[in-house]
Design a protein around this ligand. Structure first.
Ligand code: CU
Length: 128
C-alpha cells in the first residue's frame, strides 16, 4: 500500500510538466507566427503603377521570393490583376482605385500579370 502511493504523485508531476511544455511550445509557435507576419509586411521590392489601362513599367526583373506591389493609380477604374501559369497562380480580386496589391513570387521563371477587366493590360515579371 505504502509503495503504491508515490506512483500517482509522480505521474501527476509528469502531467504538470507535460502541460508546461505544451504551453511553452504554443508560446514558441505564436512567437514564430508573429515573426512570419512581420516578414510578410516587409516593403515590396518593386512598385508597379496601373494607370491609363497600362502597367507601368510593363516589364520587371526580380529575384525568387521577392514581392511586387501593384497600385491602382486610375482614379475611376477597377483593375483585377491575375497570373495563370503552371508554376504559380494569383488572383487579386477587384482592385479599387487607390488600392495596393502585393504579389510575392515563390518560383523562378517568366510570368505574365494580366488584368481580368482590361485584356490589353500586361506586365511581364522575370523571376531569377
Ligand atoms: Cu485593368
Amino acid at each position: 500500500m505504502d509503495a503504491a502511493l508515490p506512483a500517482p504523485k509522480s505521474s501527476r508531476r509528469t502531467k504538470t510538466v507535460k502541460r508546461f511544455l505544451f504551453s511553452a511550445q504554443c508560446a514558441l509557435a505564436f512567437a514564430a507566427g508573429a515573426v512570419t507576419a512581420a516578414v510578410a509586411v516587409t516593403a515590396p521590392q518593386v512598385v508597379i503603377s496601373q494607370k491609363g489601362r497600362e502597367f507601368n513599367p510593363g516589364e520587371v526583373s526580380i529575384s525568387r521570393g521577392e514581392t511586387i506591389q501593384v497600385v491602382n493609380d486610375d482614379g475611376d477604374l477597377l483593375h483585377h490583376a491575375y497570373i495563370d501559369s503552371k508554376k504559380f497562380s494569383f488572383d487579386s480580386g477587384d482592385q479599387q482605385p487607390g488600392s495596393k496589391t502585393n504579389i510575392t513570387f515563390p518560383e523562378s521563371g517568366d510570368f505574365n500579370v494580366r488584368c481580368a477587366i482590361h485584356p490589353k493590360m500586361k506586365l511581364i515579371v522575370h523571376v531569377k
